[in-house]
Design a protein around this ligand. Sequence first.
Ligand SMILES: [Zn+2]
Length: 338
Amino acid sequence: MHFFKKLFIVSSTGILLALAGCKSDSSTSSTTQISEEDLQPVAVPKFERDSAFVFVEKQVAFGPRVPNTEAHKQCKNWLVEKFKSYGLKVTEQPFQAKAYTGKTLNGVNIIAQYKPEAAKRILLAAHWDSRHIADSPLNVDRSNEPILGADDGGSGVGVLLEIARQLQATPADVGVDFVLFDAEDHGNDSDVNPDPESWCLGSQHWARNLVPAGYRPKYGILLDMVGAKGARFPKEEVSMTFAPQVMNKVWKLGQSLGYTNYFVNETAGPVTDDHYFVNVIAKIPMIDIIGKPANTQTGFGAHWHTHNDNMDVIDVRTLRAVGQTMLEVIYREAAGRF
Ligand SMILES: [Zn+2]
């Protein structure tokens, strides 16, 4: 993903105008308060942070997961088998997309459904590819080589796998659809010629070709860069534009669990990430939990799009803060209390 600096300058694409257009519609509903009853405890399993850590480690061990590479294919097969081993219904959605480099990418979105028959459903997503280059302006080290993406990609997927494992161990009366988007991070980060649509190629394809067909979850939650030490999750602007109630509830729940250093009551500018296209194209309200430290030049952590995005930046406490909050959301949905 990248920081959406040029939001209004590039609004001639039409797709971006939708963001500004929706703002006044949704802002009126954001004042809805969360009652004390909503925060009464429900039985929620414990998120095993070490298990999530191993899931991140395993992905990184394949090497960079860049489309058209052997590591990418191997990791995809492992992810599919992993979800199947937890009893989920798994569908692969292959697609081809043209990257800004001119290259045709062979991507695969992975859809894994928990209780596919349940009427009430929520969407949980992350991107499973890693960036093909290390083009952060802060670090030019081996800038033309692909990165491991432990945090940028790996962390969100690791948390989702652990949630799938927990759902098998402790059933919940709600449908959960895990969607792992491919080719999120193959975009053009040039300031000279920014192109938001060069990012998130897998989610753009999925949003136009929903699997399952006609898919209408209550809402979606995207996890991106949710594993770094000392991570901080402000309320990102695209999320607050399209799904402010969901975002405010999730933050309140995270804070009620004691994760106040992570789920901060601050807002942050818009980010071009998979949730943007899911909101605009598929019209599914979706938020993004994304690590964004305060006052950095790039808008993201120092490891972002550098070779320092490896297992050394991953902290089990961050994985747990996000994972436990997600389990809280799921089991509250199951109890009709979200
Ligand atoms: Zn990225």
